[in-house]
Design a protein around this ligand. Structure first.
Ligand SMILES: Cc1ncc(COP(=O)(O)O)c(C=O)c1O
Length: 367
């Protein structure tokens, strides 16, 4: 692959796909983060299937700050959101069953479904506001065991709106499917006035909300995430009992992270402020650099860490990305990577530091 050979030749690459926040020069309060790990409680192992109650109470506080009451008893800790998906696939589906995912969306989902011998079926989201098409959704939804919603979606940055949620809830009521709502980017909005809704408040259908430190604190290395179970009481109680057996089998969350969670969450305002400022500033760079361009159109987005650019004319997106990398050493992702079905797109991460980002954008925009 071109990228590998450039790296082998020690070529300097401007990586506009960078998604690892720990590589982007963000401010992490080092003393507080590392100090929280120095805890004598870490010498003791007290296994708890859902995770330690003290840590689940902190997750409950996270939602309280957003105006939601979440019972710690309905929270399950996992080592990552990806692991949360695996637990839920085991809970909700048998090999060969179908799970619905939005398209475009995050490529990891294909691998996650394959690892569980499930069939991934896409329900298309349509621009200009990335809402779902009811007719197309109705075609694919009848025999699905779970419907995945990504709120806000990666990379489109769109939140699930009331109309779409109504369609999804209606389908779940008819078919008995459950909702898996991935909210890892919930805290990241481009406009302060926007108040995105979490599906931890969705009582209509059996709903599992995923969140975690990889995005909420920009600390994927700490390996702490969660699942919130919510919905009609009887379904919730049954799901919790069965999910507890799965979680108890692995007991995968490490004790130090659980003990440190309270202190780490106190760092959230500082860490998030830095990340939010970066993604907003970089988005402004994109807007100003492509304004008046007949080559690119920036697609509307409400949140997340990414921007999507539509390429004008009959450009082949893969060729475009290959040329950009080989000639200008700038790495971006082509839209097909995220399952964009129509038109040519590129996806860029808004995380890189200003100088790197501007250099990459300059190279992208100049003929
Ligand atoms: C939408 C979405 N969900 C889940 C994940 C994975 O999160 P985790 O590191 O908690 O497994 C990612 C990673 O980028 C993501 O974009």
């Amino acid at each position: 692959m071109l990228l590998d050979s450039l790296k082998k030749d020690k070529e300097k690459i401007i990586d506009l796909t960078q998604s690892n926040p720990t590589e982007c020069g963000f401010y992490y309060p080092k003393e507080e983060i590392l100090g929280a790990l120095s805890n004598s409680g870490n010498l003791v192992y007290s296994p708890a299937s859902k995770g330690m109650l003290s840590a689940r109470e902190i997750v409950s506080e996270y939602y309280k700050d957003k105006g939601y009451e979440v019972d710690p008893d309905s929270i399950f800790l996992t080592s990552s959101t990806s692991e949360g998906y695996l637990f839920l696939f085991r809970l909700l589906a048998d090999p060969g069953d179908r799970v619905l995912f939005p398209g475009p969306s995050y490529p990891l989902f294909e691998v996650l479904t394959q690892l569980n011998d499930l069939e991934l079926v896409t329900y298309p989201l349509q621009y200009d506001n990335w809402s779902l098409d009811k007719a197309l959704f109705d075609e694919v939804s009848p025999d699905a065991k779970a419907i995945v919603v990504v709120n806000p979606n990666n990379p489109t940055g769109s939140f699930v709106d009331e109309a779409d949620l109504g369609i999804i809830n209606g389908s779940c009521l008819n078919t008995g499917a459950a909702i898996i709502c991935d909210e890892v980017f919930l805290d990241y909005v481009f406009d302060d006035k926007a108040k995105p809704k979490s599906l931890v408040g969705n009582k209509t259908s059996l709903t599992f909300v995923l969140g975690g430190l990889s995005k909420a604190l920009g600390m994927p290395q700490m390996k702490l995430a969660w699942i919130v179970v919510n919905g009609p009481d009887r379904l919730v109680e049954e799901a919790k009992k069965r999910l507890e057996i799965i979680a108890d089998t692995f007991l995968s969350v490490n004790t130090p992270s659980q003990n440190a969670l309270g202190k780490w969450m106190k760092c959230k305002p500082f860490i998030q402020k830095d990340i939010v400022m970066r993604v907003r500033d970089n988005k402004k760079v994109v807007q100003s650099m492509i304004s008046g361009s007949n080559k690119f159109k920036l697609l509307e987005a409400q949140g997340g860490w990414y921007s999507v650019l539509r390429l004008s004319g009959s450009v082949d997106e893969e060729e475009f990305c290959y040329e950009l990398l080989s000639k200008k050493k700038v790495f971006v992702h082509p839209g097909y990577f995220f399952d964009f079905s129509e038109g040519a797109h590129i996806v860029i991460s808004l995380l890189p530091q200003k100088e790197i980002f501007e250099k990459g954008m300059n190279a992208l925009c100049i003929e």
